[in-house]
Design a protein around this ligand. Structure first.
Ligand code: NAI
Length: 599
């Protein structure tokens, strides 16, 4: 057979293998499969039914994770059909909380998840960074399809979820997260690239684990880290112009450092910092709108003053400054912080790190509060935000007091610490103690609460990053801004507030329902693109023309409002990837991707 013939047959085999039991008769004949495979020719729905039954037959979440990882390798189309049709059930199996469990033992299960030579992403060691171009070339060659990635999620495994330094085992996170980009916002799965920077680990458990698959060395110092990470980012930027880089689960200092270094040099963002801030800001804006007291009179008490609290507080201050035209110093004065030593003041007798000093009170005179209870009596807050990792810190007494203090309006209570075992209170507790008046958002997913007297079912708000990062990813990949600005993220937050439908608003929900994630992501991406064009950072002529010719009604020049036109939304929607609905459609799409000349 000629080379062209070989390549054609290889393509048919590849496409056929992925169609599985749905492979049509002609294809079976062309591949001489008579007698080699079961006779029944199925449709995609039947395949999906079988896959779902198999998934449900597994007894632990980790087994389900392993099954889904295998399915993703065998049949991408089926995997995403299953995921999209059972979104609420399957997301916790491919991402938090199950992915955490999988990462903890990744080195032990990895060879059973994927065939050894299958390229699931890039594992880049410090030594590899000296020949990074070869690594990238190897990646290109390993791809069955001649297309460049358009998004990468990159981690060094140093701060995986709340689990600490997992080294190379952190690879589960970029893989899982990119699956969510595809499911929630329609990024093409064959154009996603998970990367782990395998720069060592300081975790003794893994350094001593004979089955650990990563570099068995301690992590490098900051200088070496930034040099090596910089080499990787520059090489990616050069090899794949227009690639979006999402930083994920780096230790706080490196997360801030990398973002600072790269945010204006390439298209990148950090989900832990910007995505989280965006989603919590959106929930907070919705809450303030419903609280029944003027925004200027909000008094916000943070319990916990670590990395997350300072990031979130900064976003909220920006909101009061931008939206309500409150001068920055005045906006800052609306915030109080409690850490493990009590209310943070300039005269409590300790030296404060920079991120705490920014918000330290100096108007407290001789008053010092040593506990959250004392701080509540002193501040009389309208909003209580928990980012402390202290489980059950918002006791019944505290929640009841929040209710009493806010009889004129509705109290805002956001217990944001993750996972559930660290949450400051549950939705049920917050509802019961506030006479069901609380405006609530949590980090973890709590069950709905039925009010016993009325049987009304209330849905808790969850500050889930999944509302923001897929849309930021989609918007960036479509219009390719030179870099991503804070205002683009702010526009996404505003669009998230606006995306709630009438029913969700009537029920007082702070976020849209997760089942509508694809529609919501499309709207948020349209807002992102519109904002990016209005900032003059988009070079793609098509998007510049479409946005400028269809400016959204009601938008005011210079204002970041998260609005977009129907036309832009329509275009975004048509460009979102969906798994093929039928085998015929699948084959046409697969042939077009593998051999564009065959069309
Ligand atoms: P961190 O360790 O930097 O900060 C924790 C803060 O809580 C520190 O200021 C500490 O002094 C304070 N704290 C600890 N024990 C305390 C006590 N007994 N009383 C008063 N204050 C106490 O941690 P980080 O990164 O700020 O994260 C905090 C929590 O926020 C974590 O549980 C994390 O999962 C969660 N988080 C949730 C997000 C969401 O989207 N819901 C996003 C980011 C973080």
């Amino acid at each position: 057979m000629s080379e062209a013939g070989d390549s054609r047959r290889n393509s048919i085999e590849l496409i056929g293998a992925k169609a599985g039991t749905a492979m049509p008769a002609e294809m079976r004949q062309a591949l001489n499969l008579r007698g080699l495979v079961p006779t029944s020719i199925e449709n995609f729905s039947k395949q999906e039914l079988r896959a779902y039954q198999q998934l449900m037959s597994k007894s632990t979440n980790l087994e389900k994770y392993e099954f889904l990882a295998g399915l993703r390798c065998l049949n991408v189309n089926l995997f995403f059909r299953l995921l999209l049709n059972h979104f609420r059930d399957i997301v916790p199996l491919i991402y938090t909380p199950t992915v955490g469990e999988a990462c903890l033992s990744y080195s032990h299960i990895y060879p059973f998840l994927y065939p050894f030579r299958m390229s699931v992403g890039l594992f880049i060691t410090l030594d590899d960074t000296d020949c990074i171009d070869t690594v990238i070339e190897n990646y290109r060659r390993s791809m069955p399809e001649p297309i460049d990635p358009e998004i990468t999620v990159i981690t060094d495994g140093s701060r995986i979820l709340g689990l600490g330094d997992l080294g190379v085992n952190g690879m589960g996170i970029p893989i899982g997260k990119l699956q969510l980009y595809t499911a929630a916002a329609g990024l093409n799965p064959s154009r996603t690239l998970p990367i782990v920077l395998d720069f060592g680990t300081n975790n003794e458990r893994y350094l001593n684990d004979p089955l650990y698959l990563g570099t068995r060395e301690r992590r490098p110092d900051d200088k070496r880290f930034y040099e090596a990470a910089g080499r990787v980012i520059s090489a990616l930027h050069y090899a794949f112009p227009g690639l979006l880089i999402q930083f994920e689960d780096f230790s706080t200092e490196h997360a801030l450092g990398l973002l600072d270094q790269w945010r204006k040099r390439t298209m990148c963002f950090n989900d832990d910092i910007q995505g989280t801030g965006c989603v919590i800001l959106a929930g907070f804006i919705s809450a303030v709108e419903q609280a029944g007291i003027p925004p200027q009179t909000q008094r916000i008490l943070f319990f916990g003053a670590g990395a997350a609290a300072s990031g979130v507080a900064k976003q909220l201050v920006d909101y009061f400054v931008i939206e309500h035209k409150i001068p920055e110093q005045q906006a800052k004065a609306m915030f109080w912080f409690v850490d493990s030593r009590g209310l943070i003041t300039t005269n409590r007798g300790d030296t404060l790190p920079k991120h705490k000093d920014v918000f330290a009170r100096h108007d407290n005179g001789d008053t010092q509060c040593r506990s959250i209870e004392e701080a509540i009596e002193y501040v009389k807050p309208t909003a209580l935000i928990g980012l402390s990792t202290v489980h059950n810190a918002f006791t019944e007494k505290i929640l009841t007091r929040m209710s009493d203090l806010n009889q004129q309006g509705r109290p805002i209570v956001f217990p944001l610490s993750n996972p559930e075992t660290k949450a400051e209170c549950t939705f049920e507790e917050a509802m019961r103690c506030t006479g069901n008046r609380v405006l609530f958002a949590s980090g973890t997913a709590f069950p709905e609460y039925t009010i016993p007297e009325t049987c009304e079912v209330c849905v808790p708000g969850q500050g889930n990053n999944m509302f923001a990062f897929p849309a930021i990813g989609l918007g960036s990949v479509l219009c390719k801004p030179t870099y991503i600005t804070d205002s683009m993220i702010f526009a996404v937050a505003k669009a998230l507030v606006n995306s709630r439908n009438e029913e969700e608003k009537a029920c007082g929900e702070l976020y849209p329902r997760i089942e509508r994630i694809r529609d919501v992501s499309a709207e948020l991406a349209a807002a992102f693109v519109t904002q990016a064009v209005s900032e003059g950072l988009v070079k793609e002529k098509h998007w510049v023309d479409v946005v400028n010719a269809n400016m959204p009604e009601n938008s005011l020049p210079g204002r970041v409002d998260g609005l977009f036109s129907r036309r832009v939304l329509g275009e975004v929607k048509t460009l979102m990837w969906l798994p093929a609905a039928s085998v015929e459609q699948y084959i046409v799409e697969a042939i077009t991707t593998i051999n564009p000349d065959d069309t």
